[in-house]
Write a protein that binds this ligand. Sequence first.
Ligand code: PMP
Length: 388
Amino acid sequence: MKSLNLKERLAQQQAAQLYRRPVCLESPQGVQIRIQGREYLSFASNDYLGLANHPDVVAALQQGAATWGVGGGAAHLVTGHLLPHQQLEEALAHWTGRERALLFSSGYQANLAVISALLGSGDTLLHDRLNHASLLDAGRLSGARFSRYLHNDMDSLSTRLSRARGNTLIATDGVFSMDGDLAPLPDICRLAQQQDAWVMVDDAHGLGVLGKTGAGSLELFNLSSQEVPVLMGTLGKALGTSGAFIAGSHELIEALIQFARPYIYSTSSSPALACATLESLRIVQKEHWRRQHLQQLIALFRQGAQTLGLQLMPSTTAIQPILIGDSAQAMRLAQQLQEHDLWITAIRPPTVPNSSARLRITLSAAHSTAHIERLLETLANILPKEQE
Ligand code: PMP
């Protein structure tokens, strides 16, 4: 049999110190996790509101499975669109202030679906340089010309907009996943309007966390469906379940149903999961204290980290990375934190730009102020020693 060079490629990955392995949690997701029999305080999930293991969400999943079964059983356009899917789409549209919403099994799939359905060769896709990998891959799949503007740099975007051909879509994360900062959405929308371009916001990390009702970056900046015609939200982060949706006009959703191949040719997600997400959405909308508590923890952490002289990013969100720079040093620090029973992920290139390895600390409404104090104390113990 002809070799596919897997052995060589794996060896190269290892030699470049880029080899990755999933860690296996022996506990539910949460702030207290168990890995290889050891308990850790975790600052490493995207469960920003502490809903992934919330008893009411678990009960809704159980009840949903008892009523609707486990499997969707078919693609949405065949017989896989069940009443809980329909109810969840309507609830998500209502929450985000859009006419309609359409469910997907993951955010990666939703991004591939919407961009490949909207754009083709002859069109232009403009990306922030730090956009999520799924948006970049979606651009490749669409066949559109694409160009990356400098991160949050409106001059760079404006130059690229003036050179754009065909239908033009500007795609940006609402909250950048590895930095935690916000996109300047009102400025992006203004430029888009001047050049007759569309804006798409991937709000995976803003949804649930930002805005008065948690409806995310667009609620925070009060941006309408005209200003941001395409919203992508994920359900596996603040909402604590999994899956994603696109929200927008009736026409946009109808176009996706007709043209988005990742939607058309994929089995719907579990109807029981839709029941669970409906419950978590109810909690997100009702329990404002989760967002308020999270904001207090963010302020407490930033204040403490600044006092320690740590290099923070300009983030007001639950993602609070500490910039380290060197990949090996970031890995070493993550290891030392583990020795102190803290679990924090070191993020290295190619996920982030070269020489910008970091400890990606994420905070959750399920953390307490004592957890943040313990984190700061441990960082204070470890970091000066590392820099000596
Ligand atoms: N967009 C962003 C900004 C993300 O951070 C992620 C998940 N890491 C995705 C899209 C993909 O979403 P999912 O995990 O649901 O596939």
